[in-house]
Ligand binder design. Structure first.
Ligand code: SAM
Length: 356
């Protein structure tokens, strides 16, 4: 992209004039992938051992990430979530957290992690100013974990969750991808475990995003099935009916325990999606299902002024009409979204590259 011969006038977006896309959705939440690498090989996400990794020199430096986030927050972003790949594999992550925590426009600075390294790093992250953490937790059974994640590190994940609990991170969340015949018999066990560690469990429907090369519709344990199963076990389940842009619908059990369901596959929430994603190498994606991203790294490295980057971001956001999950849901014959050969040619199509 480089320098524009006729730079557009920088958009003057103040807090009062909310920048919205063509469906009226604000630019509110940014997920920043800090690495495409992961220390697990979950078979619903990145089951292969080797991938085409992003070249090191193309990764954004922490300074570059902080500068871009600054531009995004000047345009209305208030929620920033660090993700990956596995974000704790990025060396010295607390330094980035400290830089972002100094940005007063960020109201919610969160991290999504598989927890394997969280016992080691949690304290430094908390001290650096991380507000919240969401940990992935698909099974309480070590052997099942090893089969699902391709690594024997269940004990580390449990220790990571215990650390997050001990450090007193508020609004702790545990995310579970529910796959039929794999872990759909653990919903209640996970809810009980969540109660013990004072975390809210969120059940995610298995999605056919980039890396999910083993996906098929019959493996999707649906929101309706989850509610049915939990209703049989606990009795009446009450929806909380919140009016929010959060992906999870929340429910209450008769004893007051709250849990969430993220039904991206059967009940997509594109209409309220205010999320966009920045890859570790600085491509900006407007939708998890988008086939192409906007190269912001090139603008940064060509020393394009921040106002001009802001103008580009706002004009792209104003034109946004993406409804990827809804369009997928409307597809009749539904198989794997992206085949392994296509993924090999374009690593940006991977979920672990664009940040889940
Ligand atoms: N490594 C970190 C972790 O495990 O939380 C962050 C990245 S991971 C891609 C983010 C989230 O995406 C995880 O909770 C993971 O379970 C979820 N995820 C990955 N593939 C998925 C799929 N096919 N369907 C639904 N959720 C998926």
């Amino acid at each position: 992209m480089g320098m524009h011969p006729h730079p557009q006038r920088p958009a003057e977006v103040s807090v009062d004039s909310v920048l919205v896309d063509r469906l009226g959705r604000p630019l509110h939440s940014l997920r920043v992938s800090v690495t495409d690498r992961c220390n697990l090989r979950c078979n619903y996400c990145m089951p292969q051992e080797e991938y085409v990794w992003l070249p090191k020199q193309e990764l954004l430096t922490f300074e570059e990430i902080a500068r871009l986030v600054e531009v995004f927050t000047s345009l209305g972003v208030e929620d920033v979530r660090l993700t990956g790949g596995e974000p704790l594999l990025r060396r010295d992550l607390p330094r980035l957290v400290r830089m972002l925590a100094a940005n007063p426009r960020i109201r919610d600075l969160a991290l999504t992690t598989n927890g394997v390294l969280f016992a080691e790093q949690g304290e430094a992250l908390r001290e650096a100013g991380l507000h919240r953490v969401t940990l992935s937790m698909d099974t309480l059974q070590p052997a099942r974990f090893a089969a699902l994640a391709g690594r024997d590190t269940h004990a580390e994940v449990l220790a990571g969750i215990a650390t997050a609990h001990r450090l007193g991170f508020p609004k702790l969340k545990l995310d579970t991808v529910v796959i039929r015949g794999v872990n759909d018999d653990e919903l209640a066990d996970l809810i009980e475990y969540g109660r013990d560690v004072q975390a809210e469990v969120r059940f995610i429907e298995y999605m056919d995003v980039g890396g999910a090369t083993e996906w098929s519709l019959d493996k999707v344990f649906t929101r309706a099935e989850m509610l049915d199963r939990l209703g049989k076990r606990y009795g009446t389940i009450t929806p909380l009916n919140e009016n929010s842009s959060a992906p999870a619908e929340r429910f209450r059990l008769p004893d007051g325990t709250v849990f969430g369901i993220i039904a991206s596959t059967t009940t997509p929430f594109c209409r309220s999606c205010d999320r966009s994603r920045l890859t570790a190498d600085g491509l900006w994606y407007l939708c998890l299902y988008a086939q192409a991203g906007i190269d912001l790294r090139q603008m940064l490295r060509a020393a394009v002024p921040a106002e001009e980057i802001a103008a580009r971001i706002s004009s792209v956001w104003r034109a946004r009409a993406d409804r990827g999950a809804e369009l997928r849901a409307a597809t009749g014959e539904r198989g794997v979204l992206v085949g392994i050969e296509q993924l090999r040619q374009d690593p940006h199509l991977e979920m672990h590259t664009r940040g889940g």
